[in-house]
Design a binder for this molecule. Sequence first.
Ligand code: FAD
Length: 451
Amino acid sequence: MPEKSSLGEPKRPKRPRGRARLLEGKCIACGALCQAECPADAIEMNDRGEPIIILENCIGCKKCVKVCPASALEMFFTPEEEAVLAELARLGFAKEAPEKEGPVPKVDQSYRGVWVFVEQQNGRAAAVSWELLGAGAKLAADLEVDLCAYVLGHEIGHLADEAFAYGAKKVYLVDDPILKNYRTEPYLKASSDLIRKYKPEVVLMGATGLGRDLAGAVATDLHTGLTADCTGLAIDKAGRLLEQTRPAFGGNIMATILTERHRPQMATVRPHVMPKPEPVSGARGAVVVEPLDMSEDDIRVKVLEVREDEGAANRVDIAGAEVLVSGGRGMQGPENYRLLQELADVLGGTVASSRAAVDAGWMPYERQVGQTGKTVRPKIYIACGISGAIQHLVGMQDADLIIAINRDKDAPIFEVAHFGLVGDLFQIVPLLTKRFREMAGKPSDSGNEKG
Ligand code: FAD
């Protein structure tokens, strides 16, 4: 007989909360999100980045289960707790109602068209804008809409012609002295006014310093979603949705993000992630000129002086290099990078590195390739002593030709390499340098070679 309450009704046993446990083989070592979420200090991490649940501390709050991006945690119950749950069910105490999401509001279907923001400084466009027009052309074709560009600045009319050459069918221009130098407020106003008036369904910007600042401000102003640093863009034709793919959880998974409820769908993409299309000279399209409804008095930020960054000319630009010879932890020390420099010299290339080499202090950060470094798209990428962690691969996997040198035949870098050389880089790299020198008809510098 079940126990009775004071009203004579069956007394409801306390619902057991259970404990969290890890499902074997499912953890992706996302970076300890479960541990960060746990309010009871019930999770420690092992050296593979997987959680160890301290059962006596677990309070069964399910927070770790909910936050896990890989569904690698679940709640479990002891046989005694299972019996209580069965008794609760028998007494008719239903399970707690699942949390319900509200209905998805209808999206404003009047938004149409794919727009690319053409970033410029002193009338010179950032190359990422043309890369985005290349990516935008495919999206526009899938959505059966026009590909458009929008340009803000002063005396920037010539950029409309360039935008047509790179595939835009229509260009929206706001040309005003106030827009000469970038400031968030007027660029935000011009962008938001254009987007509210012409209602594009997709807006793309470069993930540059300027683009990141503007995109965030515009998305906030328009109350829409923004996915930063996308590495892939595609269209779900049925839903007219932009599929925005980017690394998530420390680069351990690739997430595809949708902006289902709001328009426009906004994304930024880093330079060199998308290929730049070949320009078609003489291409023409429509130009729509709009005013900037703003005066200098409306803007809080004043530009007093613009100074060129004097160090910029000396800084190494691995993102723009056509040939990169990149070294990782396998280089064993900073002194060995001269081997890579010699190979780079003969190929007219630049030396880059993995983060492991930067963290070790062997190479400066400006040379780092990868998720927290630069995204590169060279014609040739030679990876020497680099294992090929996902965070490195997202920064270089779109190189035209990847050559990997690694003594571990199972290194993940070989999965993206077009040519793999399994062996000791200290033997292979000097041999390659020697061979390329001979091919280039240059005298061999045997003093620098080893092995
Ligand atoms: P290792 O993984 O140690 O690989 C060294 C390789 O050298 C091995 O494969 C070994 O077989 C080979 N080797 C050793 N000796 C020789 C030899 N004599 N000849 C041939 N091969 C040899 N990493 C990045 O690179 N860029 C990033 O932007 C980046 N961002 C990150 C962001 C986050 C949030 C996190 C968590 C990590 C990030 N990482 C990044 C780090 C990344 O996970 C790896 O730890 C790093 O890329 C490893 O560098 P590596 O390949 O040089 O070193």
